[in-house]
Design a protein around this ligand. Structure first.
Ligand code: FES
Ligand SMILES: [Fe+2]
Length: 355
């Protein structure tokens, strides 16, 4: 399994940014044990509805806060109090900031050092997103938002859980710059193709004739940080927005979710519109599965034999590296990279005008 060091990504094994860690509907008062970024976490929803994500292991004697489900206080429904969680072992109570604020039978105050790290979390697009930062800084950009998600004319899909693939997320990122794979893999050679960098955003505009649909496909795709891809797609009269969200599990493996939101002609979509959305989601997923199939069996591209018409692949890797290095260096990356990069033989006058 190739790791971040093998790809020469920088100082950190894991990138900085917002990442999906669960579906919002999966998280309730029953704490979830999660593993991402080579670490264990516990995620729960407090009584106020607030989402709380803490490091998993109790500072006292190391019990996992999200396991030990047979412990009496868990079975009795006494583990969550307000927005706090009690350890299943000796019932030390952690508040939403990770501070121990109550220890049974202890005369006197709790030690200040009894604290776990609490991570920023937000619920957006039906997903729970965490802010991961090896330097433990506050978020310096927002997770993506889409007005269509709350627009009744658009039907939201449910997340496809595509599981864990044993490749580094760098290989998924490469897809954004890879104008030459659309023809062979997806059967849609692009007529126009360009990339654009805007600080923490990375955009791809492309379009071409899709034979199997006998219609023109245009897509406008952007990453918000290193793990959240959202792609606006128009094929004939069908308008969709695809999500591909991926989060490192360990260094060299990645967990992937997929979803599609589809436009309808009505403010009150019914069964027919929901069925059309599901059919469309399956078709979009089938196209993504073509990439997935390649990734699941390929050797790691820790270096690429880059030809002249493929320079965007190298630029994309330069953009991606900002998230694996101290954030104080990111401004220099933005100053160097921000701008549009058409692929010379696929240049269009104004790619952003298409969608
Ligand atoms: S191990 Fe958690 S309270 Fe003792
Ligand atoms: Fe692809």
């Amino acid at each position: 399994m190739a790791t971040s060091i093998d790809y020469k990504l920088g100082a950190f094994a894991f990138p900085r940014g917002w990442f999906m860690i669960a579906e919002a509907s999966e998280v309730g008062r029953d704490p979830l044990a999660l593993h991402f970024f080579g670490k264990d976490f516990v995620l729960f929803r407090g009584e106020s509805g607030r989402l709380v994500l803490l490091d998993a292991y109790c500072v006292h004697m190391g019990a996992h806060l999200g396991r030990g489900k047979s412990s009496s206080i868990v079975v009795q429904g006494q583990q969550i109090e307000g927005d706090s969680i009690r350890c299943p072992y000796h019932a030390w109570r952690y508040d939403a900031n990770g501070q121990v604020d109550e220890i049974p039978n202890l005369p006197g105050p709790c030690p200040k050092s009894a604290k776990l790290h609490s991570y920023p979390v937000q619920e957006v697009l039906g997903a729970v997103m965490m802010w991961h930062d090896t330097e433990f800084g506050e978020p310096d950009f927002a997770p993506p938002a889409l007005v269509e998600w709350d627009d009744p004319r658009w039907v939201n899909g449910t997340y496809d859980h595509l599981g864990v693939i044993p490749i580094h997320s760098q290989e998924l990122l490469d897809n954004m710059a890879d104008s030459n794979h659309f023809g062979p893999v997806h059967g849609v050679p692009p007529d126009y193709f360009s990339n654009e960098f805007r600080d923490h955003l990375y955009v791809q505009y492309q379009g071409g004739f899709r034979l199997e649909y006998n219609a023109y496909l245009r897509t406008s795709t952007f990453y918000t940080g290193p793990g959240l891809l959202i792609s606006r797609q128009q094929i004939g009269e069908i308008h969709s927005i695809e999500f591909i969200f991926h989060t490192p599990l360990d260094d060299g493996s990645v967990k992937v979710w997929h979803n599609v939101v589809m436009r309808t002609d009505t403010d009150t979509p019914g069964d027919a519109e929901r069925a059309a959305q599901r059919e469309n989601q399956n078709a979009v997923l089938a196209a993504f599965a073509q990439d997935f199939d390649i990734w699941s069996s390929k050797a790691p591209a820790t270096t690429i034999m880059v030809l002249k018409h493929e320079r965007n692949l190298l630029l994309a890797r330069a953009w991606y590296r900002q998230f694996f290095n101290p954030r104080e260096n990111a401004a220099a990356v933005h100053a160097e990279l921000n701008g549009k990069y058409p692929v010379a033989h696929l240049a269009a006058p104004d790619e952003s005008a298409y969608i």
